[in-house]
Design a protein around this ligand. Structure first.
Ligand code: CS2
Length: 445
């Protein structure tokens, strides 16, 4: 038996399920990149908002290329389980906010129609750092941003909206980039300027791109996870389940072009200024994650909880968070960076979450600038050294040299070549190097 609407009534009593009539809801959100993170985060908040009575916020998910998630979710009518893992056990909730999943490469017209539908108010994204198709200097790479990118689908959908006399949408980036909203807006404008210059003004007048800080640790789902969830559901298979930690945070700049779900009623923070939260999260959480990933793999560990239990690595993570990243951040009123570091250490130590270091080690070229180089550049300007980040960069170079197996990164070939040269730091970060981008750092070369 497979999870489906008809199975909801017979689930074990401890499994929470949607409290709203799913069939009566229209789709209000089109989401690009419906991976495990979105399912445990934005879709989960949106489901909670509909549980509280909000209406019309079902989600059409889009995978640009891979049919995998569509094959998992569509036969289940979009239903899936969020399993929160902690020492207290597994807390299960069936999320009902996903209506369907479209695959861009298979049904491009349906994706465009979803963006163009009158009820669509929000187009959100978790396409990962590399999905924004940026060059090292931060500008749009037009060769990557082609007809199978979200830029194309969003643009075609917006053209149809304008033609039909409809309003714009809010474009909501939920990826780990600094100032993700402003970046998305700038990149989108570069795309429009090149491909649909007539739409630039309309876009400016009818669409907004708020920034967000998104946080929840969601390891890639494994077959063991699926087996454990199936058992907890009373022998019901769920191909789309996600396993995550109890903690979750979402800080959103309150600058929407159109109505939105009442996310603040279910734990999200709607604020005027996201930057202090986003900066702390990227430089402290993600910065420490990447450090644990490369140094942890070098030391022979497999998971985050193992790396943080290693005293030397824990010391490095503490050094990075408390003494290198925190001094570069101006906290918002009430934001306590020391307490934040304490909480992060405890979250990393969750032994019930098998978060692979190799998952975090992926796509270093896309992550390291906002996680480490920005911190390094700020400290450099103050004449302060960053020994933990230096150590991390050394471990990344080993990784690029093949120490941990195949390098998974869109720039793998160029990076590996530079890392194998006689002076790898110089070859990577020096003038003309692949990492000599928006955050030039001198102290490492
Ligand atoms: C991780 C993040 O994979 C990675 O690079 O650092 O996905 C991290 O788990 C999330 O940002 C936590 O919110």
């Amino acid at each position: 038996m497979r999870l489906a609407p008809a199975a909801l009534a017979s689930l074990p009593a401890n499994v929470a399920r949607p409290l709203y009539d799913r069939d009566a809801q229209s789709v209000g959100i089109v989401h690009f990149g419906i991976g495990a993170f979105h399912r445990a985060h934005q879709a989960w908040y949106t489901d909670a908002a509909m549980n509280q009575g909000g209406a019309g916020w079902m989600i059409t998910g889009v995978s640009l290329r891979s049919p995998g998630v569509a094959r998992q979710m569509n036969p289940q009518d979009g239903l899936y389980t969020v399993a929160e893992q902690s020492a207290a056990g597994m807390a299960l909730r069936i999320v009902g906010s996903v209506r369907n999943v479209l695959v861009g490469s298979e049904e491009p017209d349906a994706v465009i129609a979803a963006v163009a539908a009158p009820a669509t108010r929000i187009v959100s994204l978790t396409v990962t750092e590399k999905g924004y198709c940026r060059r090292a200097d931060g500008t749009l790479d037009f060769d990557l941003a082609h007809s199978l990118s979200f830029y194309y689908f969003v643009t075609q959908g917006l053209l149809a909206r304008r033609k039909a006399g409809l309003g714009g949408v809010t474009l909501l980036s939920c990826d780990n980039l600094a100032e993700n909203g402003a970046k998305l807006q700038a990149l989108m404008l570069q795309y429009l300027d090149r491909h649909e210059p007539d739409l630039v003004e309309w876009f400016g007048a009818h669409c907004t791109c708020p920034s967000t800080m998104i946080d929840r640790i969601v390891p890639a789902t494994t077959d063991e996870d699926r087996a454990a969830v199936a058992e907890a559901l009373g022998d019901l298979a769920d191909q789309a389940c996600v396993v995550t930690e109890p903690f979750s945070q979402w800080v959103i700049e309150d600058r929407f072009a159109s109505p939105r779900p009442h996310w603040e009623g279910v734990g999200a923070q709607l604020v005027a200024e996201v930057a202090p939260y986003e900066t702390a999260k990227l430089r402290m959480l993600n910065g420490a994650h990447s450090l644990l990933a490369y140094c942890g793999l070098r030391a022979g560990h497999e998971y985050v909880h193992e790396a943080i239990a290693d005293p030397a690595l824990r010391g490095l993570a503490e050094q990075l968070m408390r003494h290198e990243a925190a001094p570069t951040i101006t906290p918002a009123p009430g934001q306590d960076l020391a307490a934040y570091a304490d909480a992060l250490i405890a979250r990393f130590a969750n032994p019930c979450l098998n978060h692979r270091l190799s998952q975090i080690a992926m796509d270093g070229s896309q992550k390291i600038p906002q996680r480490w180089l920005e911190t390094l550049a700020h400290n450099e300007a103050q004449g302060r050294a960053c020994p933990a980040i230096r150590e991390g960069l050394g471990a990344w170079i080993l990784h690029l040299q093949g120490h941990n197996g195949t390098v998974d990164d869109p720039m793998a070939d160029t990076l590996s070549r530079a890392a194998k040269s006689a002076e790898p730091m110089k070859a990577l970060f020096g003038e003309g190097g692949p990492m000599a981008g928006v955050w030039p750092v001198k102290s490492v070369i």
